[in-house]
Design a protein around this ligand. Structure first.
Ligand SMILES: Nc1ncnc2c1ncn2[C@@H]1O[C@H](COP(=O)(O)OP(=O)(O)O)[C@@H](O)[C@H]1O
Ligand SMILES: [Mg+2]
Length: 311
């Protein structure tokens, strides 16, 4: 559905993306991650024919974004970073206007506007003036706009930015729903959101692809850290000394908790799983045991690791 080859974008002497190559298959929900300034919006703008690339190619739904932009635009719904709504228009006027602009035949416009307003949960604000809407509603009107011509591919640039947790949950639900019948490429900063909605993640850093995989694989391949956390009933100092003596351990931090217990984080030298060794020591010492776990690597850990690696 998207095939990007060696895409470069230079802005007045500054290179924002340096030869991106990636693809998105039909039916995928792909999360586009990266720090601010990584080049996410730039890439999305090129894919949606908002501006041309400096070099390289982007084929979207079988058409070249460079010289077949009309065909591309008909097949994609793009929600930009700052949703450009007309603040003085009423919601229903705006959506009809946008549907007309996107070539939805007159006879189908009313039905399409009704369908997307239900889908995006904005039926109760259809007669309101856009400028009077809350951020959450404006965002959803932007989403309705992106969907009004029933595109196959949806490109969303930080769709949940500025929303409260309830609204984020609603938009996330909507994206998951859309993903059942559409291909979706979305950028976001909310990493748990990516784990919940996306089948694949592309991490971009300083205009280059830093990783592309399923969230599960990224976490598995980038293990490290992976410290063992144990809570035992014993003196913190004694516990620290005991665990420091394990050969594969690089660092031990113990702090007293309630009821005579202490909580200890034991960092392995490489990626060793220390749980069994730790358990044997606890048993040998006859310490009371409350917790023994290995901290799971989160997507956030992976993100930080990948995007700060070469600094
Ligand atoms: N119109 C522009 N003119 C000059 N530089 C730009 C322009 N748009 C973006 N940039 C720069 O390109 C880089 C990538 O920006 P952007 O694609 O918006 O990143 P992201 O969306 O990942 O935060 C940034 O360093 C940004 O300052
Ligand atoms: Mg951006």
């Amino acid at each position: 559905m998207i095939q990007v080859d060696n895409l470069v974008k230079r802005y007045a002497g500054f290179t924002a993306i340096h030869g991106l190559t990636f693809s998105v298959q039909k039916g995928e929900i792909v999360g586009f991650l990266g720090p601010n300034g990584a080049g996410k919006s730039t890439t999305m703008r090129i894919l949606s024919c908002f501006m041309p690339a400096t070099s390289g190619t982007a084929i979207v739904a079988g058409f070249n974004t460079y010289d077949q932009s009309l065909e591309v635009r008909q097949r994609i719904g793009y929600m930009p970073e700052n949703v450009p709504l007309y603040p003085e228009m009423r919601v229903h006027e705006y959506l009809h206007f946008r549907a007309a602009l996107k070539g939805v035949p007159r006879s189908r416009r009313r039905g399409q506007v009704e369908r997307v307003s239900e889908q995006c949960g904005i039926t109760d604000v259809m007669r309101k003036i856009i400028g009077h809407l809350s951020k959450g509603y404006r965002q959803r009107v932007g989403l309705a706009d992106a969907l009004v011509h029933d595109p196959e591919l949806i490109i969303l640039d930080e769709p949940t930015i500025g929303l409260d947790p309830n609204q984020i949950r609603q938009v996330r639900g909507l994206i998951k729903d859309l993903g059942k019948s559409h291909t979706v490429l979305l950028s976001t900063h909310i990493l748990p959101e990516v784990e919940m909605t996306c089948s694949r993640v592309i991490i971009i850093n300083k205009g280059k692809i830093a990783a592309s995989d399923t969230p599960e694989n990224l976490k598995r391949l980038r293990m490290g850290g992976g410290e063992t956390v144990v809570e035992v009933k014993a003196d913190a100092k004694a516990v620290e000394n005991e665990f420091r003596a394990i050969p594969d351990v690089s660092q031990v931090e113990a702090s007293p908790s309630d009821g005579g217990f202490c909580k200890v984080a034991i960092h392995p030298k490489r990626d060793e799983d220390l749980r069994e060794t730790v358990y044997q020591i606890v048993r040998q010492k006859g310490w009371g045991l409350r917790e023994l776990t290995r901290r799971r690597q989160t997507l956030e850990d992976v993100f930080v690791q990948i995007t700060t690696e070469d600094d």
